[in-house]
Every structure is written in C-alpha cells, then in structure tokens.
Ligand binder design. Structure first.
Ligand SMILES: Nc1ncnc2c1ncn2[C@@H]1O[C@H](COP(=O)(O)OP(=O)(O)OP(=O)(O)O)[C@@H](O)[C@H]1O
Length: 235
C-alpha cells in the first residue's frame, strides 16, 4: 500500500533575532498517521507547530499540505488546505456555548467536510454542548479546543501538550479519542513530554534538540538512542 504524505516540511528555518529556533527541520507525515514530536523544553516543538500552521512565517525551507506549497500563506488560508492545531493554553470564546464555539470554527474552516456534526460526539462533549464555555474544567476546555480544530476538517492536526495536567484516566480517554480521530484519516502530530502516553499512541517519534532533528523512528529505539538519552538525561 502506498501511503500519501499529507504534510511535507522541508528544511524549515525560523529565527528570532539572531537565534535560530528551527535550523533546517524536515518532516513527512502520511494520512491518518500518529507521530510524536518530542524534545526538551525550548528545543523548537511549538515553533514548528506555529510555522506549519502559519502563525509564524519561516526564514527558509518549505511547507506542503496535500502536495500544495503553502509556505507563504497565512494561518487562516492554510486552514482551508487542511491544517489546524490545538493550543497549550486553550483560548475558546468563553461567553459562548460549546456548540457555538464549534459552529464558529466550522465557519472559519470554510464550512467543509462532514466532521462538523460528529465532533461533539468524537470529543465526548455531546452532553455539554449547551454549557457556557467558561464553566468547563481544564480537561473539558482542552477537549473543546480539539473539537474546534476538528470542526475545520483538517487532514493534519497538531495536538500541542494536550495531555499536560490530565490524570491517568483522563489521559487514557484522550489516547482513545486521538486514535478515533486518526481513524477518520486525520494525520496527528502529538507534541508531548509524557513518553508513556506517546508509546501507547504513536507509530513513530521525531526528537528535536536545539532546533534540529536528532532522531526519527520507533519510540522503543528512541529511548535507547545514545543522543536522545544524552539530551534528556544529560548522559
Ligand atoms: N516569539 C518568540 N520570540 C523569541 N523567542 C522565541 C519565540 N517563540 C519561541 N522562542 C524561543 O525559541 C525556542 C523554542 O521555543 P519553543 O516554544 O518552540 O520550544 P518548545 O520545544 O515548544 O518548548 P516547551 O516544551 O517548553 O513548550 C526557545 O528558546 C524560545 O524561547
């Protein structure tokens, strides 16, 4: 079976002043794949999410979505080419209900696709759809962030530290939810520090350090890799 690359990031560079937060990072992800993106604090994970989703422009390299070069498109246009992301700190419209937030995201995403009607079910928010968002707890707000991103019908979805602060039972529900989303042919790039969570979820991890990729492969091999161990444990 030939897998289609829905995301192709090639040699991306991003600088802040004289500091290179990303220094030639490449990444290919195929339809429905779940890839872990890991590395120590400040290695460039969120910057990569911001560059691919179009929040930041890049200073070199290219980003292709579904074969289309989107390197110079702003975030709101890239959404229409099938990329979206969640945020480490969710920022829903707090005075709106859960359903209204999802509707707004669906409008923003160009009103495409069939996910709109199923996202509340997929993210376990059906019973909360009429709740004003400010009354949701942290785990529920994170699920709403996921629902809003899904409502734009992404082919590629970055999930940025969605597991942080969740208890083991909430983490297990989240893993199940993400597996369900990948079965809808959405490619997931999961940014996470929780290695156990990633081991149960991903087929492949990419490890960044100081803006460069230092490992790509199976997580079992990653935790035995000399360079990876050095980066995480200082040797
Ligand atoms: N807007 C910005 N302006 C200046 N420096 C930035 C900016 N955004 C990120 N950086 C710097 O770029 C580097 C990479 O940051 P980034 O947030 O991508 O790391 P990260 O791997 O996501 O870290 P964490 O695991 O802590 O979330 C850091 O040194 C950070 O301070």
């Amino acid at each position: 079976m030939t897998l289609t690359n829905v995301l192709e990031v090639d040699g991306v560079v991003k600088s802040f002043g004289g500091f290179k937060a990303l220094n030639g990072v490449s990444l290919k992800v195929s339809q429905g794949e779940i890839v872990g993106l890991v590395g120590p604090n400040g290695c460039g994970k969120t910057t990569l999410v911001n560059v691919v989703s179009g929040i930041y422009s890049c200073d070199g390299g290219s980003v292709r979505l579904g074969g289309k070069d989107v390197t110079h498109l702003p975030a709101h246009k890239r959404v229409l080419f099938g990329v979206n992301r969640t945020f480490q700190v969710p920022k829903p419209f707090k005075d709106m209900t859960v359903q209204e937030n999802v509707e707004l995201a669906w409008n923003f995403g160009g009103r495409h696709g069939s996910l709109r009607d199923s996202v509340l079910g997929t993210t376990g928010l059906e019973d909360l759809k009429d709740r004003v968002t400010s009354t949701l707890n942290t785990a529920q707000q994170k699920r709403l962030d996921l629902a809003r991103a899904l409502a734009t019908n992404p082919q590629v979805l970055f999930v940025d530290e969605l597991g942080a602060g969740l208890n083991p039972s909430e983490l297990s529900d989240l893993a199940e939810m993400l597996r369900g989303i990948s079965k809808l042919n959405v490619a997931l790039i999961v940014v996470e520090h929780l290695m156990g969570f990633l081991e149960a979820l991903t087929t492949r991890v990419v490890v960044l350090e100081a803006g460069k990729e230092i490992f790509e492969g199976n997580i079992k091999d990653a935790i035995r890799d000399k360079k990876v161990v050095e980066v995480f444990l200082g040797g």
